[in-house]
Design a protein around this ligand. Structure first.
Ligand code: NDP
Ligand code: 8X3
Length: 250
């Protein structure tokens, strides 16, 4: 039976590549984001209205999220796989120089938006013994200067995933936290307020992960037998590894 995947934040980066990958696997797709032009293009690219539908809403807005989901008609209204991918970082500076509005936006999107759509879809995911894949980050696991609130939101995503998994194991629902490292996408343009030079500097010579690498990982998780759960999966480019702790000497 053809399954349906809902991918949040499908207009770019990981979400777009995940949508393209699940389309190749024969899934029906529900794609979300705020940029309607990009959603419309993707619907056409991935097979048209028979196979793909899009929902344009801001995931920070609970009412808009609920209203958008309520418009889904059969066969798109039965979600088997939820990929919670929509998210962002804003700013790279230390906490003491950070903008409180940036912090709120990250929390509203990465935490509140993610739990809202998860709760709204949970009953039907349980009914269908579905799969939830949450995009956390290496920032969930490793602190770094300038990570502050972004890393905090991603630690939440990882821990929420593990907690969900505990609650849902008896229901046959699988939950996975994916924790990517350095990855090339518009993420860095969003984080730096559109600074193309910062983008080029970050990725120069690093051979970073590409969105397709994460799409491959998510597709693999979804392809496993129903009795196998990948709890969490940290993925880095080979070029990235750990550094010594910093020591401030006064
Ligand atoms: P992109 O900036 O390329 O994509 C982010 C997606 O999130 C877009 O489709 C955007 O859609 C959507 N989005 C952001 N805010 C909202 C909102 N308020 N409402 C609805 N949709 C929203 O970033 P990536 O693909 O790189 O990132 C995807 C996820 O992976 C994020 O959660 C990120 O934190 C995580 N991640 C990224 C890494 C990286 O280095 N790139 C590494 C580890 C994790 P639109 O603007 O159309 O609304
Ligand atoms: C994005 C990866 O290292 O910039 O989640 O936090 S990192």
């Amino acid at each position: 039976m053809q399954k349906t995947v809902l991918v949040t934040g499908a207009t770019s980066g990981f979400g777009k590549a995940i949508a393209q990958r699940f389309a190749r696997e024969g899934y029906r797709l529900v794609l979300t984001g705020r940029r309607k032009d990009r959603l419309d293009t993707l619907v056409e690219e991935l097979g048209g209205a028979e196979r793909v539908t899009s929902l344009c809403f801001d995931i920070r807005d609970e009412k808009a999220t609920a209203a958008a989901l309520a418009t889904l008609a059969e066969p798109f209204s039965k979600i088997d796989v939820l990929v919670n991918n929509a998210g962002l970082a804003l700013g790279t500076g230390p906490a003491q120089d950070s903008d409180l509005d940036h912090w709120r936006t990250m929390i509203d999107t990465n935490v509140t938006g993610l739990v809202t759509i998860t709760r709204l879809l949970l009953d039907q995911l349980i009914e269908r013994r579905g799969l939830i894949v949450n995009l956390a980050s290496i920032a969930s696991n490793w602190p770094y200067p300038g990570g502050n609130v972004y890393a905090g939101t991603k630690a939440f995503v990882r821990q929420f995933s593990l907690g969900l998994r505990s609650d849902l194991s008896a229901k046959g629902v699988r939950v996975t936290s994916i924790e990517p490292g350095l990855s090339e996408s518009e993420f860095t343009l969003v984080r730096t307020g559109g600074d193309r030079e910062a983008y080029d500097r970050l990725y120069a010579g690093a051979n970073p992960l590409q969105p397709e690498d994460i799409a491959e990982t998510v597709a693999w998780v979804a392809s496993l037998p129903a009795h196998v759960n990948i709890n969490s999966l940290e993925v880095m480019p080979v070029s990235q590894s750990w550094a010594p702790f910093q020591i401030h000497r006064g």
